[in-house]
Design a protein around this ligand. Structure first.
Ligand SMILES: *Cc1c(COP(=O)(O)O)cnc(C)c1O
Length: 374
């Protein structure tokens, strides 16, 4: 940890654990949670969040989308099973064997390559068959394609099929979304086909956070979820049946306070034009921290001294906030996400303001916004 940070991303680990168990209670005793910690765990930090799930939530399987991050998890000392759910470049497949990772399988070339790599290492690699049901990203279609793959896999002694999964394209749209129902019907077809081929599936999983909210019949042995545990059920209209809590505060510091007069301008290209006497604070956070021009240049919210005010613009490492009429002092905090007195800015507010989902908004926050875990 580097304590000389200009801005921070503070995670309330207690709330994360509480959210985890609230979701667990909601889904019931027959289904387990696979935390999906892709994209630096949606900005929350990869290894610390994995360890939190491993040690405090006692999960046995964690998922990530990229080999790169899966290897980082192993290098960081994560011991539980790890499943890669994203596509893997062929030249990286040996990583699955070296680092003991479970991988998706949906076509023959990968099956053969993985099998021979596993055989040379004297190991068996665990695979989850990824079923194509409508997302058209990765997957094998139930029916003939799946039959052929199953036939091949039967002959490959160093592969072990342990799971089957698919991913819904529209689960955030509405409860009982018809396309999700269609996808689930195809998933069931694929699962039946795999089981009819004599394979026992330890893992059957297709629900993400939004589907957890409403699609009980689809829970399977496991659900794959992260948003919910981070306090979001991720329905597009904000519906959230569990009572989850946001475990996050993002903040920076005031590095200058100055007065400006009508006719003056602020920032590069004279970005903000001052039309009345104002007091402006310069803040220690900018777009190189992975924050969004739309927010910082578009008058997005920020809390200073318990007052909700607005950004006036941003540069690479610094930004400007309007503190006209707000008592404040050099060095004090400015809160971008979180509470200050009875004022609050939530991730949901941010999503609405920016017109992006938080996966995007937080997944791109840079590493020098120091992650703090309390
Ligand atoms: C991201 C992802 C998830 C988890 O989504 P949440 O909305 O965070 O629950 C599950 N499955 C796949 C394949 C994913 O890419």
């Amino acid at each position: 940890m580097n304590n000389f940070y200009n801005s921070y991303f503070k995670v309330d680990t207690e709330k994360v654990v509480q959210n985890f168990y609230k979701v667990k209670e909601y889904i019931g005793p027959d289904t387990e949670i696979i935390p999906v910690i892709k994209g630096n765990c949606y900005g929350y930090g990869l290894v610390p969040m994995a360890k939190l799930f491993e040690e405090r939530c006692h999960v046995s399987l964690i998922a990530n989308a990229a080999m790169y991050e899966a290897v980082q998890l192993r290098q960081g000392g994560v011991k539980c099973d790890i499943l890669i759910i994203g596509g893997i470049p062929q030249h990286l497949l040996h990583g699955a064997i070296e680092y003991d990772l479970q991988v998706p399988l949906f076509e023959a070339e990968t099956a053969k390559r993985l099998n021979s790599l596993s055989a040379s290492a004297g190991k068996k690699t665990k695979v989850h068959i990824k079923l194509e049901t409508g997302m058209n990203r990765l997957g094998v279609r139930p029916g003939e394609d799946l039959s052929r793959l199953l036939e091949l896999v039967k002959s490959l002694e160093n592969l072990e099929v342990v799971g089957a999964y698919t991913h819904f394209a529209t689960s955030t749209a509405d409860y009982n979304d018809p396309f999700v129902l269609e996808q689930f019907a195809r998933f069931k077809e694929g699962v039946a086909q795999i089981e009819d081929a004599g394979i026992t599936l330890t893992y059957k999983h297709c629900c993400n956070s939004a589907a957890i909210a409403w699609f009980r019949e689809a829970y399977g042995t496991h659900v794959r979820s992260c948003s919910s545990i981070l306090g979001h059920m991720a329905m597009e209209d904000g519906r959230e049946p569990i009572g989850l809590e946001e475990p996050l505060e993002i903040g920076a510091y005031i590095t200058n306070i100055h007065s400006v007069s009508p006719g003056e301008t602020i920032g590069y290209s004279r970005f903000f034009k001052v039309e009345k006497p104002m007091k402006v604070a310069t803040l220690s956070i900018g777009f190189a921290d992975g924050f969004y021009l739309k927010w910082m240049r578009g008058g997005g919210p920020v809390l200073i001294s318990g007052v909700k005010t607005r950004f006036l613009g941003c540069c690479m490492d610094q930004s400007f906030a309007d503190v006209t009429g707000i008592p404040c002092s050099l060095g004090q905090k400015a809160i971008l996400i979180g509470r200050d007195g009875d004022q609050r800015i939530t991730t949901w507010d941010m999503e609405q303001f920016c017109g992006n989902t938080f996966e995007y908004l937080y997944g791109t926050i840079g590493s020098r916004v120091e992650r703090i875990y309390k």
